[in-house]
Write a protein that binds this ligand. Sequence first.
Ligand code: PHE
Ligand code: CA
Ligand code: ZN
Ligand code: ZN
Ligand code: ZN
Length: 277
Amino acid sequence: APDIPVENVQRHLEELQAVAEANGGNRAHGQPGYRASLDHIKEKLDAAGFETTVEEFDQAGTTGYNLIADWPGGDADDVVMAGAHLDSVRSGAGMNDNGTGSAAILEVALAVAAGDLQPAKHLRFAWWGAEELGLVGSRNHVAGLSEAERGQIGAYLNFDMIGSPNPGYFVYDDDAPLEKVFTEWFAAKGVETAPATESDGRSDHASFQEAGIPVGGLFTGAGETMTQAQADKWGGTAGEPFDKCYHTACDDMSNINSTALDLNTDALAHAVWELSS
Ligand code: PHE
Ligand code: CA
Ligand code: ZN
Ligand code: ZN
Ligand code: ZN
């Protein structure tokens, strides 16, 4: 897999921040900043040769949207998916939560196109709406799949908060083979990881897991406090939250740790290349 330049991921984040600023300060479900975020990402994917679909769903009388991007080719009976929620909460721009996951999977998708990757398996990327209202977009997507279509998905990888300012390196421990793809990559880089527990059932991977699909993912921590043992391991600040701006107005561009964002994006690219080959 290529080493993804973190500057490219940061550029997408700056664009999402600008979208929020032009739309009342957020990118929340039902607000204009959400659809503008989706249109921005869709445009890049269309230009790169992805087949994109905008799925609509209803959430308490307001229309929500998922963006699905299929990379043409590969075995349609063996699908590898990577997803991130694109909506923010209403209180801010949502740069760490979840501009980071959204921008990272976009840049990895663009790297797939730039390298004209021709994997054995079929690759699909997804940006979910209304995660913050209870995993609504991803639940709608999975509910809309037939039994056969669910069976075709061999792996769903989720990226929600991967650039926390006081980062931990958490790997979802839901499926041992998928967990290993990530933990071995981090170990080779000399970065210690820990199983993600704060994330259990709390992001869009749960929608897939409930349907019996193997799930994996990465996470750098939300509102929980970093312990001294974790600070010794990761070099952060004990007694402070992983993300002190979690779900607040200060979750802006200054709330991102670029080292964490870089490592997690490169790990994500590695997993996409390895799992789809
Ligand atoms: N899904 C939660 C949110 O968006 C936080 C979270 C992120 C939980 C990642 C688990 C994993 O607010
Ligand atoms: Ca990199
Ligand atoms: Zn961009
Ligand atoms: Zn959130
Ligand atoms: Zn989130």
